[in-house]
Design a protein around this ligand. Structure first.
Ligand code: SF4
Length: 348
């Protein structure tokens, strides 16, 4: 591996779920890289496949109903074909996962200290005494006062924000290189959210952590991300440097996502799945996955899946839309007011 190789590389990742009604392509060919030390945000509405993408990366998809394929490499090592033992060693040691719901992620019958010490001794060959000292340090690191005292408390004695800090401490226990944080503030009171995000940002800088962050919140994206991957219906539809994507979104879905966020006054993000997956609730099987909702769709959008093309000639800002690449009329079309009825019928 060279210094310029990505720490994490996701290539054509699929996670297909077998259901009684057929196969659901919950993640459908997602590709992106995460360079060492950078923060990549996965953005999209609920149900767009962000969490399943992260679960697939870390081998946390437990259901036999889910078929995961493609390639995920971490420091050049393929994870999708790695055995459970190897994966378990990488998870926690090198890749840590911060879950959404601190209330459910901690075991209510064990003290915070028990859970933190267990996380430390699972990954490090140290005595219980050393692990306890380290646990105190970690609680202090995540901003909990009186850390020695807190070790003997149970999760229910903590507020949501304090429980999330404990989860962050557990995630840091083995000093991972990559932290995957899945909506780490979504279950928190709005007044606590920014403090937790600030904490994650501080820790990331201090520890030179690489961060893959799933979020609805564009304010978080704007303040933390180096690069953004926008997901819709299991597909990555746009990716690029944060400034480029925020200033000049190239995919009509990204545009509508941003408009809806602004329309909601910048609250904790849109949940528009029932509005956007298609008028009958389905995703087109061919062509562009967004075409049933796209105000700019034309007949060509029903053909092949649109390739990722540079937006406005910027090589590392790409969108899966026919208006990019060789087309010179992208901005003319995409910047015009949406035309909801362009006479495009859809008989899928
Ligand atoms: S390819 Fe067509 S349907 Fe898809 S986003 Fe672009 S214009 Fe819309």
């Amino acid at each position: 591996m060279t210094d310029t190789d990505p720490l994490l590389s996701v290539d054509d990742l699929h996670a297909h779920i077998a259901t009684a009604d057929g196969t659901v392509r919950a993640v459908d060919g997602v590709s992106f890289d995460v360079q060492r030390g950078e923060t990549v945000c996965l953005v999209g509405e609920s149900g767009s496949g962000k969490t399943l993408t992260c679960d697939s990366i870390t081998g946390l998809v437990s259901s036999s109903q889910v078929d995961v394929s493609g390639s995920v490499t971490f420091e050049g090592e393929e994870l999708l074909s790695a055995g459970e033992r190897r994966l378990r060693s990488i998870r926690g040691n090198r890749i840590a996962y911060l879950f959404q719901n601190a209330q459910n992620a901690l075991d209510p019958v064990y003290t915070v200290g028990d859970q933190l010490v267990e996380a430390i001794t699972f990954h490090r060959d140290v005595s219980d005494g050393t692990a306890r000292e380290r646990a105190i340090d970690l609680l202090q690191t995540v901003g909990l006062s009186r850390p020695a005292e807190r070790l003997d408390a149970y999760p229910h004695e903590f507020s949501d924000g304090m429980r999330q800090r404990v989860l962050i401490a557990i995630a840091l226990a083995a000093e991972p290189d990559l932290l995957i944080a899945d909506e780490p503030t979504s279950a928190l009171d709005v007044t606590i959210q920014s403090r937790i995000i600030d904490l994650i940002d501080d820790l990331r800088r201090e520890r030179d952590l690489t961060l893959l962050l799933v979020t609805h919140d564009l304010r978080v994206v704007a303040s933390l991300a180096d690069r953004v991957v926008v997901m819709y219906a299991g597909n990555a539809v746009e990716r690029g440097p944060v400034e480029a994507v925020l200033e000049q979104p190239g995919h009509p879905y990204t545009q509508s996502l941003f408009r809806s966020f602004v329309g909601q006054g910048g609250t904790n993000g849109p949940d528009r799945r029932t509005e956007t997956v298609g008028r009958d609730g389905s995703i087109p099987k061919e062509g562009c996955c967004f075409r049933r909702e796209c105000p700019h769709a034309v007949k060509a959008c029903r053909g092949d899946e649109p390739p990722f093309e540079p937006v406005a000639g910027v090589e590392d800002h790409r969108a899966a839309c026919i208006y990019h690449g060789d087309r010179k009329d992208a901005r003319t079309v995409l910047d015009t007011a949406p035309q909801l009825d362009r006479g495009v019928t859809d008989d899928d």
